[in-house]
Design a protein around this ligand. Sequence first.
Ligand code: MG
Length: 341
Amino acid sequence: MSVALKLSFEVLEVRTRHPFTIARGTSDAYRRVWVRLTDADGAEGWGEADPSSYYGETADTVVAALGRLGPVLPAGPFDLENAEAAMLRTLGGNPSARVAVSAALHDLAGKRLGAPLWKLWGLDPARAPLSSFTIGLDAPEIVRAKVREAAPYPILKIKVGTPDDEAMLRAVREVTDKPLRVDANGGWSAKQAMARLPLLEEMGVELVEQPVAAGDLAGLAAVHRASRIPIVADEACQVAADIPGLAGAVDGISIKLAKCGSLREALRMIAVARAHHLSVMVGCMIETSLGITAAAHFTPLLDLVDLDGAALLAHDPFVGASIDGGRITLPTAPGLGVTRR
Ligand code: MG
């Protein structure tokens, strides 16, 4: 009988350079889980879990979920379809825990074959769109300082979804004429969202992410009908099966690995969104370059990228894909191509 891959993990605490505030709350310390799969020859595949309490996960639930995976871990990294299905059957939810193992399996498969993941997927790294850089909610003087600090990034994503949206956006526009996208994280009612559309147009906003609560599909559709600015579903779209119901109510969907639970599910989301003529974006949590790199490998397939999670950190424990100046540089080393700093 072949021996299963050995799973080990470590909880890492990371901090953002500034306290990071969105419509749902604020934090500057995040517990991430570094997952390693080791095969019989000692080769390692790595992945990262970036749990979000919004989706019912914490570092503790990730650790508990990983502890349940022993019986379904495969002997090698190549039967990815079955390995991911077995994790889904065993854990049900726990998407960030599952995607950490999925990424580690893909990393190990790439290392075994001697090729980076983007190459195994047949992608051209030069086709990756520019990444935006996020400015969290803050007082106008701090917002202006953050926008100046973000000078190398050509596209900014501004967090909104509070009564201070106008002050926030005017503070940004006082110091930059860059393309702006906004993300309300479901912080508006449909009525509030529609009332803000003239301001968003005046500010030259090119995209609105999740204007209303995830469950408010009628509200999302109403905002979409009223808006000349494209609307993208983030919290309302976790997995591929959510996409058909969103078609007609949005212009695009946003993938996050911590929502969808596996790299193969992320690829399915891209295919399903394309079949419904939707644009496709990838976003992230606050994560290290290990988590970011797993998502960066499929960016050549996308229209919009927001992979600034590691760029917001005070100290990034890993080196992988980079988004310097918004330009995504994919590793050329096998697998994910990530190393410990
Ligand atoms: Mg978002």
